[in-house]
Design a protein around this ligand. Structure first.
Ligand code: CU
Length: 594
């Protein structure tokens, strides 16, 4: 069918019931946005909407968006979802006048950038926010280079489309040559309001897991799509039975996964001439989704992590946690298309794009990888003994194995509301209270593991692979250690540090220029991407002074890891889990540098 006017999709699809396939794969074109992205003849500069220079005007406002066939209103920047790519040059000073056309306050946070505290864009911490109708002028020097991103730090605006990429050209040129580059911006879209999603999670933590929902929707889909289509869908979705221990709180039950704002059916495509070196700038701008990315038949060489150049390492697949950015160079030599295949960690859907020599070319969509199965080691409960007990963590946490499980002493049911620390069975101090339903008995560093859910034999990027090209700027050893436990009560959808929500906790105080080590111990069964604003987190991953500088560090379930920080810039900095609903539920601290 020809669709001359993308807006006609609205009329056509509004009355159509939403099939599961339509929902997972989305619709072929997003009204209003697709129109901005036509191919015009031969390969030219990237067709992605880019703003470059030093002066910018950005308008944040409502924008029509249609991912699944239902016309919705999202939040766009200059009418776009994602917002325009901002291309800056290291060493410039940029001025961004941001006007709020919404009916509620908004903000832009420049994720991963080192800048003066009042420019960081966190309402209530670094500024008042931007009131409806108001224009706020951000102005700051650009002191770094690399791939970053920007997003709202107000309410639940980010998952509605309030995000975009930042590309900063390095002053001294790139260490690795490439012929063209593309931003590959990953996100998760739901037709449900974020407020509805979090209230569903608070009502029932496994609301978006499938075990209760599969049978009913199966027959509903058969009725709509016929048995064959439904079975094909089900095969694609893979193993459907999910337990409360699943890796993600919010799943493909409500999310359609996007590449550069496009659902799988729209198949966002990047062009190349065979033999060219193509730099792909991956940004995970999701609210709640950790992704695994691969391009079958095309090795990917990492050159940058969180905006910082790293020693090139060639892999077949990588996991990108929420808010991380990774740059890879690929060199497709054959005159054929390649699928950019992006699976959420829990395998409940996919995002899909294509690298191709010509528009319209496609490659097969590969089968899903196995769904991650949690092991005792994942839960920080591996005592190193033989047998390798494999168990889902929730089973352990709900009391089947008291010796190993580390069930929080006072953490269940009508436990006292005050969080505190109690001695665990092994004598360690562990958090307790209503905000804690589990703790890691023997948390281990697993930086050389990519996590669960990958077939054996596949070369998957790990944190241990990340080695900075440049030596760290501050050679001082840390003067002290700050140990924080990442805690949660899954039943109540409460998340925090040391069993406390943001509202119950005092700020973490750092002296200006102090060098400290943060130790994070993940007492929960899920991964948490921990983001510290305003300063680099230097991951201690065995590379000595060549520690990678990260802005977001993913801490796997049951894992212990550490990073170093130099508190260079004074101010009130946010420190939080970047899973939006975990942050909202309390996994947030202020780090005060004075
Ligand atoms: Cu989290």
């Amino acid at each position: 069918m020809t669709r001359a006017n993308p807006l006609s999709d609205y009329e056509e699809t509004a009355a159509t019931p939403l099939s599961r396939r339509r929902f997972v794969e989305g619709v072929a074109a997003i009204g209003g946005i697709a129109a901005l992205r036509p191919w015009r003849g031969a390969i030219a500069a990237p067709r992605q909407p880019v703003l470059s220079g030093t002066e910018f005007q950005l308008e944040i406002g409502p924008v029509p968006i249609n991912v699944t066939g239902r016309p919705m209103i999202g939040i766009g920047i200059n009418g776009l979802v994602p917002g325009p790519i901002l291309r800056w040059r290291e060493g410039d000073t940029v001025t961004l006048a941001v006007t709020n056309r919404l009916s509620e306050p908004t903000s832009i946070h420049w994720h991963g950038l080192l800048l003066p505290n009042p420019m960081d864009g966190v309402p209530g911490l670094t500024f008042r926010g931007i009131a409806p109708g108001e224009t706020f002028v951000y102005r700051f020097p650009v002191v770094q280079s690399g791939t970053y991103w920007y997003h709202s730090h107000s309410g639940f605006q980010e998952p509605k489309g309030h995000y975009g990429a930042i590309v900063i050209e390095p002053k001294g040129g790139y260490p690795q040559a490439f012929d063209r580059d593309y931003v590959v911006f990953l996100s998760d879209w739901s037709d449900e309001e974020p407020e509805t999603i979090i209230s569903n999670l608070k009502f029932q933590a496994d609301y978006y897991n499938f075990d209760q929902r599969t049978v009913g929707t199966f027959f509903a889909d058969v009725g709509r799509d016929g048995l064959k289509a439904t079975l094909a869908d089900r095969a694609m979705w893979g193993e459907m039975r999910m337990s409360p221990t699943d890796s993600l709180d919010v799943t493909g039950a409500t999310y359609t996964y996007l590449i550069n704002g496009q659902p799988p059916a729209a198949n966002w495509t990047a062009l190349f001439h065979p033999g060219e070196r193509v730099r792909l700038r991956f940004v995970n701008g999701s609210a709640m989704t950790i992704f695994d990315v691969r391009i079958p038949d095309l090795p990917m060489t990492i050159v940058q992590a969180d905006g910082i150049d790293v020693e090139p390492v060639t892999v077949e697949q990588f996991r990108i946690s929420v808010a991380e950015t990774y740059d890879f160079i690929v060199q497709p030599r054959d005159d054929r298309a390649f699928t950019i295949f992006v699976q959420p960690q829990d395998r409940t859907g996919f995002a899909r794009g294509t690298l191709a020599p010509l528009p319209g070319m496609t490659a097969p969509v590969p089968p899903m990888d196995p769904r991650p199965v949690r092991t005792m080691a994942d839960m920080g409960m591996d005592h190193g003994g033989p047998g390798g007990t494999s168990s889902t963590g929730r089973a352990a946490a709900s009391g089947t194995d008291h010796a190993a499980m580390g069930h929080a002493a006072m953490g269940h049911g009508a436990a006292p509301a005050m969080a505190g620390m109690v001695a665990g069975t092994s004598g360690q101090q562990v958090p307790s209270g209503v905000g804690v339903d589990n703790f890691a008995m023997s948390p281990t560093e697993r930086l050389n593991s990519p996590g669960e859910g990958f077939p054996p034999g596949r070369r998957v990027l790990t944190y241990a692979d990340l080695r900075a090209l440049k030596r760290g700027a501050d050679p001082r050893p840390p003067s002290r250690e700050i140990i924080l436990r990442l805690t949660g009560n899954m039943e109540r959808f409460m998340w925090g540090f040391d069993g406390k929500k943001f509202s119950e906790a005092a700020p973490i105080e750092l002296a200006r220029n102090e060098r400290v080590r943060f130790v994070l111990i993940n007492d929960t069964m899920m991964d948490h991407p921990i983001h510290l604003h305003g300063m680099f987190s230097e991951l201690e991953n065995g590379h000595g002074e060549y520690r990678p500088l990260k802005h977001t560090i993913n801490v796997k379930g049951g894992e212990r890891l550490s990073f170093l920080v130099t508190a260079e810039f004074p101010g009130r900095w946010a420190f939080h889990c970047h899973l939006l609903f975990h942050m909202e539920a309390g996994m947030f601290r202020e780090v005060r540098v004075a």
